[in-house]
Design a protein around this ligand. Structure first.
Ligand SMILES: [Zn+2]
Length: 157
């Protein structure tokens, strides 16, 4: 059985700016409305539910709030450098300078929906307690409605 959390209807959304280096169009600074979705797989527990998903929603909303109205900076891109209170981002002959307070610093190589999904899943894995009857968790990050990237992890070996 699975439990689905739709980020759009649950208001787990954020708006942010990013760049996809080397892409003919997305290589320019631009923004999206994003939503974070989740699917939780498991069996029904003694209390009649897979798990209390309100806590998962609240956790995902916190992550969305951290990213909201920020420039998504991929810290693993070698063109990204901290420069005092700024982030200098050099790529393919262009240079951007962003105030640090406007940036969300992410441990990813590219600020794509795919890597954002991995980033969110990593946080969920680290901080959310799943009961034993939950077997798998999947996270999807949508860049606009109807297009997104999903990743997941099995909780039992
Ligand atoms: Zn984009």
């Amino acid at each position: 059985m699975r439990l689905e959390i739709n980020g759009w209807s649950s208001k787990i959304t954020f708006s942010a700016t990013h760049i996809i280096p080397g892409h003919y169009k997305c290589g320019r600074l631009h923004g999206h409305d994003y939503a974070i979705n989740a699917t939780i797989f498991g069996t029904i527990g003694a209390d009649g539910v897979i798990m209390d998903f309100i806590s998962v929603k609240e956790f995902l909303r916190k992550i969305a709030a951290e990213l909201d109205h920020k420039v998504l900076i991929p810290l693993r891109d070698e063109g990204v450098k901290k420069d005092g209170d700024s982030i200098r981002y050099s790529l393919r002959g262009k240079e951007y300078l962003f105030p640090l307070e406007d940036c969300a610093l992410l441990d990813v190589a590219v600020a794509s929906a795919e890597e954002l999904a991995d980033f969110v899943l990593g946080r969920v894995k680290e901080k959310v307690h799943f009961p034993d009857n939950v077997s798998r968790v999947e996270i999807g990050v949508d860049e606009g409605e109807g297009q997104g990237a999903w990743t997941g992890i099995d909780l039992k070996a």
